[in-house]
Design a protein around this ligand. Structure first.
Ligand code: BES
Ligand code: ZN
Length: 625
């Protein structure tokens, strides 16, 4: 049965019929060519060498198979891979063919199996422009001493460095042997790591994970222990700073365990990558990958670590079965993130972060097409990346906060813990969750459930007015003082803002509250007093540069240029390039022309996913990668 078709009607029917269980269902993943309902990959043995000169990963992937339909071929996903040979258990070649290339999905690789085949070995190499791999030159690292490579699998990029069933509904265990240039460290998001006597790196992941969570990094790295089970990895030049910033990691982990059940992955480490990394963080199991732009010096941006850590429950343990179920990963994770932040830093901070999230959501909802405002979003024929809006994140989290509010924390926490426990190491659809929610929470207390319009939340656009909205006296005070300051006209005293003791969150609210048409002279006065153009906090700096650029505040231009050339985090790049496009002409050169000129210099330094977004934004034709 197609579980994503479960609607309100079926929800009611579900009260009488037994609920479908994940193991019995094969939801259709429109972003994969694989047919795991016929032949399913269960284990991967990866044996590869990293070649920085050729920008190539090459070697073999041996896949252990479960043959459900004995007559069916094995279907895999690939993207720009060169397949050199395919062999069976007997070492003999197997017939295989690559299908037509789809620009989003890559190519299916179909392999004919013989009756006894339990494993196939694929000899292959990657393309220098493989989307999952970013090869950095030394000058893109902090110490500028050596090259760096890291992988990014989510959503459907793993297929560009390993041929496999690249669907979040297919889980595999793996072991890996990786040969790298001498002197470079190799880490993988695997529980077990060791070295052979010849220097080869070995890894083993004993828990079944979806392909998008396979991850590797290689470069000059050092690590610092935070606790017996937590460490920070980074370039040696920043590892102390990173360890100081992330010193609450183990407390976060312990808090999440108290709230939502045991941590099932043994270790939890964070790898701080070079600034080209296109995301804030990526929840690779046992080893979160993170941007260095969270190192603000005052722990004000560590919610990102709470978020990636929370994915160890919501996402890595219980995984969205297809990309249209992405809100089950991200909405749940944002909810958990806020609960962790409240445990460690208190309610006031957590509520400010919730409100800033809602502010971002409302801003984005004003521009998103209705079809993209629903949690159970239709991504057929599109890149799953298009579903990465605030909707799955902040609307998803708001839905869970509503359930918490109506049923109370005690019952809701027990419900969530049971959901994670009963679906551990499974991939689930929205339909599965809705049936589980009905049976295990809503049906138990019709009075509390009354007025929760599940269908409206999941399948209709907009943010329902029932969304809980915490109050934050601190953020309200910021708004009030901006108003007073604005009302004061030219004579307004900046001291009246009371910004002296503002936290990062208050600054972010302040910058978001500034009127759209604020004049560059006013920005100059703010800058003279608060040195915003020199802010060492990436969130404040990016928000400031966005405002300053739109207003045509010239002194910010060099700082913007520097930022765009150094940082590859897409969340910052997109609004900054948009601001540049909108900015008034400078020396007779319009915003779009200046944006394109900067982009031409910066583009080779950006990751493929950031390039894709910005190519669209700036109307740049993609040259062959
Ligand atoms: N899993 C996501 C990153 C992701 C999503 C990568 C979809 C590729 C496709 C990660 O957990 C995430 O949500 N990161 C956010 C930070 C978070 C605090 C909202 C980011 O990178 O901005
Ligand atoms: Zn996330």
């Amino acid at each position: 049965m197609r579980c994503f078709l479960v609607g309100a009607a079926l929800l009611l029917a579900a009260c009488q019929t037994p609920a479908p269980r994940p193991a019995e269902t094969n939801p259709v993943d429109v972003h994969s060519f694989a047919r795991p309902d016929r032949v399913r990959v269960r284990h991967l043995t990866l044996d590869v060498a990293l070649d920085f000169d050729q920008r190539q990963v090459r070697g073999t992937a041996t896949l252990a198979l479960e043959r459900i339909d004995q007559a069916a071929p094995l279907r895999l996903d690939t993207m720009d891979l060169h397949i050199a040979a395919v062999r069976g258990d007997d070492g003999e070649p197997r017939e295989h063919r690559l299908g037509t290339r789809d620009p989003q999905l890559g190519m299916p690789l179909e392999i004919d199996l013989r009756p006894g085949d339990r494993n196939v070995t694929i000899e292959y190499r990657t393309h220098p422009g493989a989307a999952a791999l970013q090869w950095l030159d030394a000058d893109q690292t902090d110490a500028r001493q050596g090259p760096f490579l890291y992988t990014q699998g989510q959503a459907i990029l793993t297929r560009s460095w390993i041929p496999l069933q690249d669907s979040p509904g297919v889980r595999i265990t793996y072991d890996a042997r990786v040969a790298a240039p001498e002197g470079l460290a190799v880490v993988m998001a695997a529980g077990e790591r060791s070295r052979d006597s010849d220097g080869t790196h070995r890894f083993r992941m004993t828990r079944p994970i979806p392909a998008y969570l396979l991850a590797l990094a290689c470069g000059t790295l050092a690590s610092r222990d935070i606790s017996p089970r937590c460490a920070v990895w980074a370039e040696p030049s920043i590892v102390e700073k990173a360890a100081a910033e992330l010193s609450d990691m183990d407390d976060m982990l312990a808090a999440c365990e108290r709230l939502f059940g045991p941590y099932r992955w043994d270790r939890y480490d964070v790898l701080v990558l070079p600034p080209a990394f296109p995301f804030g963080g990526m929840e690779n199991p046992t080893l979160t990958f993170a941007t260095p732009t969270i190192l603000a010096g005052d722990k004000s941006l560590v919610a990102l670590i709470a978020h990636e850590l929370a994915h160890s429950w919501s996402g890595n343990l219980v995984t969205n079965a297809t990309w249209r179920d992405f809100w089950l990963n991200e909405g749940f994770t944002v909810y958990l993130e806020h609960r962790i932040m409240e445990e460690i830093y208190g309610r006031e901070r957590a509520e400010m972060e919730i409100l800033l999230g809602l502010q971002g959501l409302e801003k984005e909802l004003a521009e998103l097409p209705a079809a993209d405002q629903v949690l159970h979003v239709d991504l057929e024929g599109r890149n799953p990346d298009d579903g990465m809006t605030s909707v799955p994140y902040d609307k998803g989290a708001a839905f869970l906060r509503l359930l918490e509010e109506r049923f109370g924390r005690e019952r809701f926490d027990a419900f969530l813990s049971a959901w994670f426990d009963e679906h551990a190491f499974e991939s689930v659809t929205t339909g599965h969750f809705l049936v589980y929610l009905q049976e295990n929470l809503l049906a138990h207390d019709p009075a509390a459930a009354a007025g929760i319009d599940v269908d409206r939340w999941v399948r209709r656009p907009g943010l329902p007015s029932a969304a809980p909205r915490p109050r934050s006296p601190r953020l309200e005070a910021v708004e009030a003082s901006v108003q007073r300051w604005r009302d004061g006209g030219d004579q307004a005293d900046l001291a009246a803002l009371g910004a002296g003791d503002w936290t990062t969150h208050e600054w972010l609210r302040f910058l978001a509250t500034l009127p759209a048409d604020i004049h560059a002279d006013e920005l100059a006065r703010l800058d003279a007093r608060f040195a915003l153009t020199k802010s060492g906090n990436s969130e404040i700096l990016a928000a400031w540069l966005e405002r300053a650029t739109i207003a045509g505040y010239a002194p910010a231009a060099p700082a913007l240029e520097e930022f765009l050339l150094r940082v590859g985090r897409r969340k910052f790049l997109k609004p900054l390039y948009e601001a540049l496009v909108k900015s008034p002409p400078q020396a007779g050169v319009d915003g779009l022309t200046r944006a394109r000129a900067t982009y031409a210099r910066a583009r080779p330094r950006y990751h493929a996913v950031a390039r894709r977004t910005l190519d669209d934004l700036l109307g740049v034709e993609e040259e062959g990668s």
